[in-house]
Design a protein around this ligand. Structure first.
Ligand SMILES: C[S@@+](CC[C@H](N)C(=O)[O-])C[C@H]1O[C@@H](n2cnc3c(N)ncnc32)[C@H](O)[C@@H]1O
Length: 283
């Protein structure tokens, strides 16, 4: 395919799937590779027009855009924003874009974004009453789903431990419906030493786990503390014993039907809902 005659001059036509100027877009389906290169290069990928708009609304900036020809006229304001931010707009034939990224660009547009600096813990927690901590959650889908629940159910901030999957990874962003741009978050490092920092900031730290000495979520719901941090554990093993030992209390979601535990994202939604602030300012 040759450069379409009506392509705006501000767009750069790309014919080589290995064009180094577009290395941000190489091998997007290689999760192991992207997990390393995206934070290292200070970028993340925003996929689809909706996600891009949410990222821009949160003050994030383009590094570049990649589109296929049929979408170029669809969102002139995005092209204008890219120009204002000095970000190139690359246009490639669908086959070239697919060879480059590893998938068909059916959403029409992909953006490489500058990864914002993470805020300090105290900044993220200022004024927060409900906080979620995701300890070493490895699945990007679960991270995204937990953020979506956090946004919907009154959680003011999310903290992710050093080994937790990246909330700005493409899949997390998509599953979160863009709420990773909306809910304040940062990494809490070191962990589980960070439990002490949370306590010093006035939070009661509740470990969500299935241990024998746990209290039921029903009890916590009846009388929640004013500032509460809910700590959720990794998919396989759950919370580390050190985290459970460091927490102020252990909370169990009562289970039935012969099921011993919920998926971590489902558990987060149940817990967030139960302890949501009720509006009178008391808890
Ligand atoms: C799939 S579970 C891990 C199960 C793991 N075998 C365990 O014993 O915790 C992932 C996380 O979801 C939360 N979770 C799931 N079901 C729960 C329940 N019934 N009560 C409290 N937390 C739960 C916990 O934070 C847990 O670490």
């Amino acid at each position: 395919m040759t450069r379409p005659a009506d392509l705006p001059p501000s767009c750069t036509w790309v014919e080589d799937a290995r064009d180094e100027r577009l290395r941000d877009y190489f091998s997007l389906t290689d999760v192991a590779l992207r997990r390393v290169v995206e934070p290292e290069r200070g970028l993340y990928m925003a996929e689809s027009e909706k996600v891009i708009r949410r990222a821009l609304a949160a003050g994030h900036r383009f590094r570049s855009l990649l589109m296929t020809p049929r979408w170029v006229d669809e969102w002139p304001d995005l092209l204008r924003t890219a120009e204002e931010q000095d970000a190139p707009v690359y246009v490639a034939a669908p086959a070239v874009a697919q060879e480059m990224t590893g998938f068909h660009l059916h959403r029409g547009v992909l953006a490489a974004m500058h990864r914002p600096e993470l805020p300090e813990l105290v900044e993220v927690l200022r004024g927060a009453r409900r906080v979620a901590v995701l300890e070493d959650v490895v699945d990007h889908t679960n991270v995204g789903a937990a953020f979506r629940s956090a946004a919907a159910l009154g959680v003011d901030a999310v903290l992710v431990t050093p080994r937790c999957a990246d909330p700005l990874y493409r899949r997390s962003v998509r599953v979160s419906m863009g709420t990773v741009f909306q809910v304040p978050w940062t990494r809490i490092d070191p962990w589980p030493e960070g439990v002490d920092s949370l306590r010093e900031l006035g939070f009661t730290v509740a470990a969500l786990a299935l241990s024998d000495d746990s209290v039921s979520l029903d009890d916590l719901e009846r009388d929640p503390p004013r500032r509460l941090a809910l700590v959720l554990g990794t998919e396989g093993d759950g919370l580390s014993p050190r985290t459970v030992a460091a927490a102020d209390l252990v909370v169990r979601i009562p289970m039935g039907g012969g099921v011993d535990s919920l998926n971590v994202a489902a558990a987060s939604a149940v817990a967030f809902w139960a302890v949501r602030p009720r509006g009178d300012g008391s808890a």
